[in-house]
Write a protein that binds this ligand. Structure first.
Ligand code: AMP
Length: 482
């Protein structure tokens, strides 16, 4: 059995109904169970206000019911809004308010709580994915049903995943990387092994669990795979069925690719690139020994078949029906980032610097703005600035990024101005000043966006164009006496 991403229905329902569809943190589902639970969920969701083009938020972390709810929403035509429990309650509340969801489905308890419920102006969306926004609020990326159909076609047609692939899923469902596994599982009739944070942390049992389900495709950010190298069970001996590494979300360091080639000589490594705004990914390349010998840094590959790539004054622009329908209620941003290409299709200015070689091989050269990736998480620094500014008694807030020599972001440092007794020199906050700042920020921001230290300055340094001078902040930090 599988789920067709054009008709959004279960098809081939008589074929292997007892095959595994979802292995979740709490329970497993066969395809027959996934189907009957998704149909039942859709009925219940309708009773709670979900309807075509009326979104429903799904809140949880890797429960089987989270997966069921996403499929149920696709059956109804209600755009789903995935929110992982890594997001604090305040962020969930804001997201539900912005999207005017009919209901919030709590996947852990299996219950609905009512929301406002309004039809979206955009018709036929599959999901709305919220990413960090530079105004201080997360922004909703609206992905059409046509876009996920194209994603499924591309993955099954180009990635060589074999029949009934079994995916390792760990990225939170509020991160669009995870949509790779969701839609490829549905389109192929394969299986998705969902891994909760606690399961991953139990290193001794986690890899054997993946082996037990016969995982064939590993999907993660490079950072996540890098962390696993320390685990000796992360090997072909423990994971004999694993034949593909599918990476996306941040640069793939060639050193990591080389280590994986050594440890898993029989596996294919795919580097893929793309923003949430273009439905998970747009380019791909198999990182072979020849590619590793020819390039460092690695290329991000060629455009997928239904997409056109342009590098316009250094900026990567993506054209195709997999480009989002726009940010929800953000005409200002849509005006700046979206345009119509010569062939009439949607086009998106990514904000990524790119370089294209003859033959269309693309290299990503970093960002043009203040968006960063920290351990694979996408962060707009301005959103953290806003949250810092919201601390009591603070006149201004800004965030700086500490990086490794290769440019990888490793830590966030918060700066506040006007916080009480900050002297002429920047200094670490006294323990009693702004006590509880981390907890306050964590009410609004997910943990990966909370700076690890806070520094008080009399004023925040500005650059010539009246923007926060983040380089200067890093210098201030480096100059703080030990
Ligand atoms: P997200 O929307 O979270 O997928 O983040 C998208 C951004 O991550 C892109 O605009 C790039 O800046 C970066 N990114 C994603 N994949 C890659 C990759 N393979 N190599 C380099 N940067 C990447």
């Amino acid at each position: 059995m599988r789920f067709d991403l054009k008709s959004f229905q279960f098809v081939d329902t008589g074929v292997a109904p007892d095959a595994l569809a979802v292995a979740a943190a709490d329970r497993n589902l066969t395809w027959a169970q996934l189907r009957s639970e998704a149909v039942a969920w859709a009925d219940e969701a309708r009773g709670n206000g979900a309807a075509p083009d009326v979104p429903v938020a799904i809140y949880g972390h890797k429960e089987a019911s989270f997966f069921v709810a996403m499929v149920g929403a696709l059956l109804i035509g209600a755009p789903f809004v995935p929110v992982d429990t890594i997001y604090p309650a305040e962020r969930l509340r804001r997201i539900v308010e912005i999207v005017r969801a009919a209901a919030v489905y709590d996947a852990a308890s299996g219950t609905f709580s009512a929301g406002e419920g309004a039809e979206l102006a955009e018709r036929g969306l599959a999901y709305v994915m919220f990413t960090s926004g530079s105004t201080g609020d997360p922004k909703g990326v609206q992905i059409g049903r046509e876009s996920v159909g194209l994603l499924g076609d591309w993955m099954l047609g180009s990635f060589g995943l074999g029949d009934a692939p079994v995916f390792m899923n760990q990225a939170p469902f509020s991160f669009d990387l995870s949509m790779y596994e969701v839609f490829a599982t549905l389109a192929s009739g394969g299986a998705c092994v969902l891994n909760a944070r606690e399961q991953i942390a139990a290193a001794g049992t986690w890899m054997p669990r993946l082996a037990g389900h016969g995982v064939t495709v590993w999907v993660s950010t490079p950072s996540f795979a890098h962390q696993q190298l320390a685990n000796r069970d992360f090997s072909p001996a423990t994971l004999p069925a694993l034949r593909t590494f599918l990476f996306c979300g941040e640069p793939l360091p060639s050193a990591l690719a080389k280590k994986l080639r050594q440890r898993f000589p029989g596996a294919v490594i795919l580097n893929t690139y793309g923003p949430t705004e273009a439905t998970v990914a747009t380019t791909w390349i198999e990182v072979t020994d020849a590619v590793l010998a020819a390039h460092d840094p690695l290329p991000v590959g060629h455009a997928k078949p239904d997409s056109v790539l342009i590098v316009d004054e250094g900026e990567i622009c993506i054209v195709g029906d997999h480009v989002m329908r726009g940010y929800l209620n953000r005409p200002d941003l849509n005006e700046a980032k979206l345009y119509t290409y010569a062939d009439g299709r949607r086009a998106f200015r990514t904000g990524d610097l790119g370089q294209m070689e003859a033959g269309g091989l693309l290299f990503c050269r970093g960002r043009m703005d203040d968006q960063i990736k920290l351990n694979g998480y996408r962060i707009e620094l301005a959103e953290i600035d806003e949250a810092l500014h919201g601390l009591p008694g603070v006149e201004g807030g800004a965030c700086a990024v500490l990086r490794r020599p290769d440019g990888t972001a490793v830590r966030l440092i918060g700066f506040v101005a006007g916080a009480g007794d900050a002297s002429e020199d920047a200094r670490f906050l006294a323990p009693d000043a702004l006590a509880g700042w981390k907890e306050r920020l964590a009410q609004r921001l997910p943990p990966y966006m909370v700076p690890s230290e806070l520094v008080a300055c009399p004023t925040l340094p500005m650059s010539n164009n009246h923007k926060i001078d983040r380089k200067k902040l890093v210098e201030i930090y480096a100059g703080i006496p030990a």
